[in-house]
Write a protein that binds this ligand. Structure first.
Ligand SMILES: [Mg+2]
Length: 233
């Protein structure tokens, strides 16, 4: 096998995959929606999983009858204020890191040929606030975020392009591994023919994830060696 074949770019989703903010993200989102658009609509119950932050804001506010133009014109201000509120809302005792995550990330970091990145619907600042709160920021140097595009599928190619530049390596096809907790993560991976690993620690049950045919499916990452194996095999 050539050296190139052993190279892996592993792109991680954040919420539901690495951690759970214990509602901090949703609270920050609701407060900022009220502040900027005058209503938070159905944000209490709306499924955030697998969606980009800008997609969440657009869908919620369109439901409330706001014009797309009004939503877009206020989006930058929205995200500035959202990041501030998220920082205030992040509460360490409520934050939950899923089992095996830290061991998985540190093992991958030490595995030759494996490079880590982020593929998340969180805006860049939001992603780093969450990762720093559980000391996972040190594992990541590159990523694609919810403020790069509202379309998660587009984030996949942005992440791969940035990682290629950062690590000076070509990553393509099944050498790219996309890890997430929702059907959106799986279809996003399929859009660039990447290898998919789905994990049921988020809000989508294992049986439902299975219907989308990820290459590998785990109920959680407690058996992290098996996940490493799925990535490097
Ligand atoms: Mg997720």
């Amino acid at each position: 096998m050539s050296q190139k074949d052993n190279t892996r770019l592993v792109l991680f989703d954040i919420d539901g995959t690495l951690l759970n903010t214990g509602g901090a993200g949703r609270r920050a989102m609701k407060e900022t929606l009220r502040e900027i658009y005058g209503t938070c609509g159905s944000a209490e119950k709306f499924p955030f999983g697998g969606k980009t932050d800008s997609q969440i804001v657009s869908e919620l506010m369109l439901q409330e009858g706001l014009l797309e133009e009004v939503i877009q014109d206020n989006l930058n201000l929205f995200f500035t204020n959202y990041a501030q509120r998220l920082r205030q809302q992040i509460d360490r005792p409520q934050l939950k890191l899923y089992p095996g995550v830290k061991q998985l990330l540190s093992t991958l970091t030490e595995t030759k040929g494996v490079f880590l990145g982020l593929l998340t619907g969180n805006i860049r600042e939001g992603a780093w606030i969450k990762l720093k709160a559980v000391e996972l920021d040190r594992y990541f140097r590159v990523g694609a975020y919810g403020d790069d595009s509202p379309d998660r599928n587009e984030l996949a190619s942005i992440a791969v392009k940035r990682a290629s530049k950062q690590f000076k390596k070509e990553f393509q096809g099944r050498n790219v591994v996309i890890i997430g907790d929702t059907p959106h993560d799986i279809t996003c991976a399929a859009s660039i023919r990447a290898r998919t690993i789905a994990v049921a620690t988020g809000w989508t049950p294992l049986a439902q994830l299975r219907k989308y045919k990820p290459d590998f499916l785990f109920s959680n990452f407690s058996d992290y060696q098996e996940v490493v194996h799925a990535i490097v095999t």
